[in-house]
Design a protein around this ligand. Structure first.
Ligand code: BTN
Length: 258
C-alpha cells in the first residue's frame, strides 16, 4: 500500500508491554513461523514477534501453504513461553484477538470456524498456525502464526478466490495494515495475559463458533468423519456425535457443513 509505510512504522509506538516488545521485520522470508522458531531456539524472549511483507513458503494447517501477495496482509508469528495447560488455548486467544481487531478497525462482525479460521460472510479472512516444542511437561516455546488478509485481492489468487476474502474486499476500501496490526497486538496481549492468570477462554471462543449445532463433515489428513458438531472441550477439541450415537473427540481437521 503506497500511502502507508507499514514496514517503517511496524516497530514504533507499540501499544503493548509484552507482545511485540521485540519486533523483527522482514521484507521477505520463507515463513514467519520458521523464522520465529529459529529465534525461539536461540532463546528469543517471550513476546518477540516476526513480521513479513511477503512469504515464499508460507505454511497453513494440515500441511497446506498460505498464500498472500506482497504487502497485502498481516503475516506475523509470536514467540511465547506458556505453561503446557495453556497451549491448547493459544489458538482461541489468537482467533478472538483477530475478531476483536477486525471489529475495532472495520466495524465488521466476524465468526470462527473450528478450529480457528476467522470468517467474514462465510469466507476465510484469517488463519492461525500454532506450533510448539515441548520437553516433558515443559513448553520450550510456542509460536502463534497469524495471517490476516487485509488488502488482498483474492481474485488474483485462483487457489483461494472462491473460499477467501479480505478486509478491503468486505469494506470496499483500503484498510490500514498498521491499524489492524496495533489493534491485534493489544487484543492478543490482553487475552494471553488472562490465560496466564489462569482464566479460560473456552466460553468466549465457543460463543463465536459458527460450527456448533450443525451437521458437518470433518476432513483430517487421512480421515473423513461426519456427525453433529455437538460441543468443544477445554482443549478446543471438537465433540462430534456420529449418526450411530458414538462421540468422537477431534483435535484437527477441516469442517464443512453438509
Ligand atoms: C491456516 O489457516 O491454515 C493457518 C494459516 C497460518 C498462516 C500464517 S501467515 C504467518 C505465519 N507464517 C506461516 O508460515 N504461517 C502463518
Amino acid at each position: 500500500m503506497a500511502s502507508e509505510d507499514f514496514s517503517s512504522s511496524i516497530a514504533k509506538d507499540i501499544p503493548t508491554q509484552l507482545i511485540g516488545r521485540q519486533v523483527l521485520y522482514y521484507p521477505r522470508t520463507t515463513s514467519t513461523n520458521e523464522a520465529a522458531k529459529r529465534l525461539a531456539r536461540r532463546g528469543a524472549a517471550e513476546g518477540t514477534v516476526v513480521v513479513a511483507d511477503e512469504q515464499t513458503r508460507g505454511r497453513g494447517r494440515q500441511g497446506r501453504s498460505w498464500v498472500a501477495s506482497p504487502r497485502s496482509s498481516i503475516l506475523a508469528s509470536i514467540v511465547l513461553h506458556p505453561a503446557v495447560a495453556q497451549l491448547p488455548q493459544l489458538g482461541m486467544a489468537a482467533s478472538l484477538a483477530i475478531m476483536q481487531a477486525i471489529k475495532v478497525i472495520t466495524g465488521l462482525e466476524s465468526s470462527i470456524k473450528w478450529p480457528n479460521d476467522v470468517l467474514l460472510n462465510g469466507k476465510k479472512v484469517s488463519g492461525i498456525l500454532v506450533e510448539g516444542e515441548v520437553t516433558g511437561d515443559r513448553v520450550d516455546f510456542a509460536i502463534v502464526g497469524i495471517g490476516i488478509n487485509v488488502n488482498l485481492d483474492v481474485s488474483t489468487l485462483p487457489e483461494i478466490a472462491a473460499i477467501a476474502t479480505s478486509l478491503s474486499q468486505e469494506t470496499a476500501r483500503v484498510v490500514s495494515r498498521l491499524a489492524v496490526w496495533r489493534s491485534l497486538l493489544q487484543e492478543f496481549e490482553e487475552l494471553y495475559l488472562s490465560l496466564r492468570w489462569g482464566q479460560s477462554l473456552r466460553e468466549e471462543w465457543q460463543a463465536h463458533l459458527e460450527t456448533l449445532g450443525r451437521w458437518v463433515q470433518v476432513m483430517g489428513k487421512a480421515t473423513l468423519e461426519e456427525g453433529l458438531a455437538e460441543d468443544v472441550d477445554e482443549q478446543g477439541r471438537l465433540l462430534l456425535r456420529k449418526a450411530d450415537g458414538t462421540l468422537l473427540v477431534l483435535s484437527e481437521g477441516d469442517v464443512s457443513v453438509v
